[in-house]
Design a protein around this ligand. Structure first.
Ligand SMILES: Cc1ncc(C[n+]2csc(CCOP(=O)(O)OP(=O)(O)O)c2C)c(N)n1
Ligand SMILES: [Mg+2]
Length: 697
């Protein structure tokens, strides 16, 4: 730490005042928004963007940059104003368009939308889990690209900064993530907690009385206090904050929480310290009063003197130039010395899979029998040597989810290593029983990262992580959620563990690929297709119980990528393929049920086709001709899926039917439940015959 007293220049202080006024003006003009915290934390954000973080406004995806996550996403102006001042491409005119159609400044920060925004936030607490994921990703990236360099000394090391508020700290997801960050000893993670005692309903004492410092210390974090309220008069002490940030960076074996005591909306004359400044425009008089208190002209709006904008942009550019000069030189040296690593880096940054990946995938023979979760485990084992960027784990269900790549070390701090090889650069992630944080961490890893991650739990607990899944879809983050134990096939654990409405409810999320392979070969093909897609999250939904392999490896490789395909064609009595009179559509474990039903129906003289439909989203991408060829409009269709029928009507139409389950399951062996609830070849054949007869009547 330097002994020099940290001091901001007059122009810096002016820029901070202007930042506060801009936040007030933007909300005033929009008519809605959140001015309070962008006003009170303007200096914090200014410090981060102009003094503390490694960043390059001209290259917002610079590999060496520190990450910034505004977990308190409602305070989006905090970030927008600094992106404007630092020269990330936003202009003051964009701030004038806050929250308007088509603007670069939406209500909450959105990944892919505004340059410099690293993740979409707004659902409180989620950003903390993203930040933990980013901090973990940084360590893993170091591990695969520069393993011989000590932690902290590689060009791939960077810090992750997150700003969070009372709301984030109250949300469970942040607790889950912070706890894991402590265990993982993420020294590259720095959180600034805006301790302003205010949330929407007023004083946080009405619902939040714990000691967050004690809590974070118990998690294994370093907690640093910066109290701007100390000593009578409120004082935005940037030197104290800077010192805390230095101390946070210096602590390399623990994450740090800087507990910063602030007054919301300071120095707004009447609304400072009040929830009234949280989420509504301040009002003209109050904005004028704020400007007066800041020494700014109350008559002017969006007033950024050219001199100040030039100063902040040049300052940011010059800092970036200096940082880049040093970093780029080291990067070139790294490239020269690490051709394999460089090739890997180029490949993943180009979003290319290795040549011949398909050949590495395991195949099975029709008639083999194994659970798709087991097949998925074999696929991961096969991918391990050829796809170094892929890593992941489970929320304490690894042996059930088959998510550990055999023989790969665990991702753990040295002091917690359980077996040879485990360490900070390990590959298997132990998320603990923290599904929601796992989802957020996977997203943090997937965003602009050079690694790709998956995480497993039981499908029924997808509900525990749904907000993160939804955010993955909004962000087009290629997180892979491995959800096993996918139906009443779970059996004895009973209704709490048996998904019923989950497939339908996950399919309701736009932009999420819900992938439920019907056998082992389809599972390998499903993984391959998921990996080919770099901008879509996927849920890979797998069976607990053994499933007969019905698809050949070739059939699966070709068919799964199209979402649905003809697995078994209708035939006449001589066995020759003919046009179907009936189509059975099934997913996952019910594909085999449909295959059995087809045999019965064929025996009865009804030419019956089985369509396996592992991913309805991929099927929807196919052209109309293909879809019509697979599911002909004029043929009677019956869907078979061990879940609610919702979403199948659009495939089977008014003349068709769905064999489904519209109630919760029960505790009994899975095979018995399949019988009791009608998921047998006989019952499906019966329903299909009746449906066909009714359609013809
Ligand atoms: C998961 C979630 N629940 C509720 C909200 C609605 N909400 C937005 S901000 C906020 C209060 C946040 O308080 P705090 O973090 O202290 O922010 P401050 O008022 O200090 O800016 C709430 C409840 C949300 N954005 N996300
Ligand atoms: Mg607050």
């Amino acid at each position: 730490m330097s002994n020099e007293r940290f001091e901001l220049s007059e122009k810096d202080l002016e820029a901070i005042k202007i930042s506060k006024a801009l936040a007030a003006d933007a909300v005033e003009k929009a008519g809605s928004g959140h001015p309070g915290t962008p006003i009170s934390l303007a200096g914090v954000a200014y410090l981060l963007y102009q003094y503390e973080m490694a960043n390059d406004p001209s290259d917002e995806l610079w590999l060496g940059r520190d990450r910034f996550v505004l977990s308190a996403g409602h305070a989006s102006l905090l970030q927008y104003v600094q992106l404007t001042l630092a020269g990330y491409g936003l202009e003051v005119s964009d701030l004038e368009e806050l929250r308007q159609w088509g603007s670069l400044t939406p209500g909450h920060p959105e990944f892919h939308h505004t340059k410099g925004v690293e993740t979409t936030t707004g659902p409180l607490g989620a950003g903390v889990s993203n930040a933990v994921g980013m901090a973990m990703a940084a360590r893993r990236e170091h591990g695969i690209l520069d393993p011989d360099t000590p932690l902290g000394e590689s060009i791939f090391d960077h810090y992750v900064y997150t700003v969070l508020g009372d709301g984030c700290l109250q949300e469970g997801v942040a607790s889950e993530a912070a706890s894991l960050a402590g265990t993982q000893q993420l020294g590259n993670l720095i959180a600034i907690y805006d301790d302003n005692d205010i949330s929407i309903e007023g004083d946080t004492d009405i619902s939040f009385t714990e000691d967050p410092s004690a809590r974070f210390r118990a998690y294994g974090w370093q907690v640093l206090d910066v109290d701007w309220k100390a000593g009578g008069e409120y004082h935005e002490d940037y030197a104290a904050l800077h010192a805390a940030l230095e101390a946070a960076r210096a602590e390399t074996s623990r994450p740090s929480l800087i507990r910063l005591r602030t007054i919301i909306a300071w120095p707004s004359p009447n609304k400072q310290g009040s929830e009234s400044s949280h989420g509504a425009k301040l009002g003209g008089d109050e904005v004028a009063g704020l400007k007066k208190n800041l020494g700014l002209d109350p008559e002017k709006s969006f007033d950024v003197p050219e001199e100040i904008l030039t100063y902040t942009r040049e300052r940011a550019a010059e800092r970036a130039r200096v940082a880049r000069e040093a970093w780029d030189t080291r990067f070139e040296a790294w490239r020269a010395g690490n051709p394999t690593g460089a090739e890997l880096l180029d490949r993943v940054r180009d979003e290319r899979l290795p040549e011949g990946l398909a050949d590495a995938l395991p195949t099975w023979e029709p008639g083999d029998s194994l659970a798709t979760r087991a097949a998925s485990g074999k696929v991961l084992d096969a991918l391990a040597p050829v796809l170094p960027e892929l890593w992941g784990g489970s929320a304490d269900l690894a042996s059930s989810n088959n998510t550990s790549m055999t023989g790969e070390p665990s991702f753990l701090p040295e002091s917690l290593a359980q077996k040879d090889g485990d360490g900070p650069f390990g590959r298997t992630i132990h998320f603990g029983i923290r599904e929601h944080a796992m989802g957020g961490i996977l997203n943090g890893i997937s965003l602009n990262s050079i690694t790709r991650a998956y995480g497993g739990t039981f499908l029924v607990f997808a509900d525990y992580m749904r907000p993160a899944v939804r955010l993955a879809a909004i962000m087009e983050a290629p997180s892979t959620f491995v959800w096993t134990h996918d139906s009443i096939g779970v059996g004895e654990d009973g209704p709490t563990h048996q998904p019923i409405e989950h497939l339908a409810s996950l399919r309701a999320i736009p932009g999420l690929d819900v992938v439920r392979p019907g056998d082992a070969n389809e599972t390998a093909a499903a993984w391959h297709e998921i990996l080919k897609r770099h901008h879509t999250p996927a849920g890979l939904i797998l069976s607990r119980q053994n499933l007969t392999v019905n698809a050949t490896a070739e059939q699966a490789a070709e068919g799964v990528a199209k979402g649905a395909y003809v697995l078994a064609e209708a035939a006449d009595s001589a066995g020759a393929e003919v046009a179907p009179e009936l189509v059975l559509i099934a997913t996952g474990s019910e594909v085999d049920v449909a295959v059995k039903a087809r045999e019965i129906l064929q025996g009865q003289g009804t030419p019956t086709r089985v369509v396996s439909a592992p991913c309805l989203e991929w099927f929807a991408e196919q052209d109309a001709a293909y879809r019509e060829a697979v599911l002909p409009r004029d043929v009677v269709k019956v869907s078979v899926e061990a879940g609610i029928a919702m979403c199948w009507h659009q495939y089977v139409g008014d003349t068709g039917a769905s064999v489904s389950i519209e109630h919760f399951g029960a505790s009994a062996p899975g095979a018995r439940l399949f019988e009791e609830y009608g998921f047998t070849g006989e019952h499906v054949a019966e329903v299909a015959s009746q449906t066909l007869a009714a359609a013809r009547a």
